[in-house]
Design a protein around this ligand. Structure first.
Ligand SMILES: [Zn+2]
Ligand SMILES: [Zn+2]
Length: 350
């Protein structure tokens, strides 16, 4: 077996490197810069070229980061390694390793829709595939992002007519930048919570065209007289910070908005279903198209998805992960998905 699941994370024995390890190691190959994949403290990191800046922000200026471009094949202790677009966020990569006639691909997080920012997902054939399953239940089905952006801009316009500032919560890395590309900047000024500014330089440096933004403070937002739009992390919901902006309407953009619980729990005015992960059909199609005989399932509904794959004749198993979901992403995950919904729908043929 080319890969082992160890207490530090996925380990390539022949190549002597880890992929997205949870604990410090000598060589960490990183699929992308989300905090559940890129952990500090390793001696040496390796990632895709366009994701370098993000990783440096995440890990600190001292982190030693080696980069390789998508599709470039390089060798580590005789193991052939290459990185391939995962379509998840800027610089996100699937890791392909080949040794002794066996090909294994570790997906990291991935989505199939082209978001116009990250390099679009590339299907890589393999014998063994390690897939995420964050939204690995049939209830998760995404609509095209153009539709969602239209709804968000319509909501903004509606709020302006009622002189209410629009506040949209989302994850700071990936989702925030994606939303910025979809907002109609002609409608009014766009403001950012301080936590949202951290990764913007990396995106701008990579050539991603983002509209002008200003830091959200009471004066600038109020002077826009309800025409402004604020992007903020979910942790800012119900905070004192939020109360200084006067009359607001709140919404969240996330795959979790597909089900009612998370929106109701936060008492949001709107929920927009927009995810940087593959939906149920996307996961099923991808696993099948890789041609993999062996599949390891990580992150999310691992047991349900692995069971579904086994019923389709694929040798699939759920593997343990120390961290699951971007940490603030995890906080917004529904506390309980009805057990009946999980087991019954997941095993129905799709
Ligand atoms: Zn991620
Ligand atoms: Zn993740």
């Amino acid at each position: 077996m080319l890969l082992q699941n160890t207490e530090r994370g996925l380990y390539c024995v022949a190549g002597d490197f880890y992929i997205d390890p949870w604990r410090p190691v000598d060589m960490a190959v990183i699929t992308h810069g989300h905090s559940d994949h890129a952990r500090p403290g390793s001696r040496q990191y390796l990632t895709e070229t366009t994701g370098r800046e993000i990783l440096q922000v995440r890990l600190g200026a001292d982190a030693r980061i080696e980069t390789h471009a998508y599709g470039e094949t390089f060798s580590r202790n005789g193991v052939k390694v290459s990185l391939h677009p995962a379509g998840h966020i800027l610089g996100s990569a699937q890791v392909r390793i080949e040794h002794g006639g066996e090909v294994c691909v570790v997906s990291g997080d991935y989505k199939l829709e082209n978001d116009g920012i990250s390099q679009p997902f590339e299907l890589v054939r393999c014998n063994m595939f390690v897939t995420e399953s964050t939204f690995g239940l049939p209830i998760y089905q995404w609509r095209p992002q153009a539709d969602i952006f239209r709804e968000i801009n319509d909501w903004w316009r509606q709020n302006q007519m009622e002189k209410r500032t629009s506040v949209l919560f989302c994850y700071s890395l990936g989702k925030a930048q994606r939303l910025l590309t979809g907002l109609d900047a002609n409608l009014g000024p766009i403001f950012l919570h301080g936590a949202m500014e951290r990764f913007l330089p990396a995106y701008r440096a990579a050539g991603v065209k983002l509209p002008p933004t200003a830091k959200a403070d009471a004066d600038t937002v109020k002077s826009a007289e309800g025409k402004g739009f604020i992007l903020a992390p979910g942790s800012a919901d119900n905070s004192p910070w939020l109360r200084k902006f006067g009359d607001i309407s709140t919404a969240f953009a996330s795959g979790w908005m597909q089900i009612r619980g998370p929106r109701r729990r936060r008492s949001l005015d709107r929920g927009f279903v927009l995810s940087d992960h593959a939906d149920w059909d996307g996961l099923c199609q991808t696993v099948e198209a890789t041609g993999a005989e062996t599949v390891w399932v990580t992150h999310g509904y691992t047991n349900a998805f692995a069971r579904y794959l086994r019923e389709k004749g694929i040798a699939a198993e759920a593997i343990e992960t120390r961290f699951a979901g971007e940490l603030d992403e995890e906080a917004d995950k529904p506390e309980e998905t009805p057990a009946a919904e999980v087991t019954e729908t997941a095993t129905e043929p799709s």
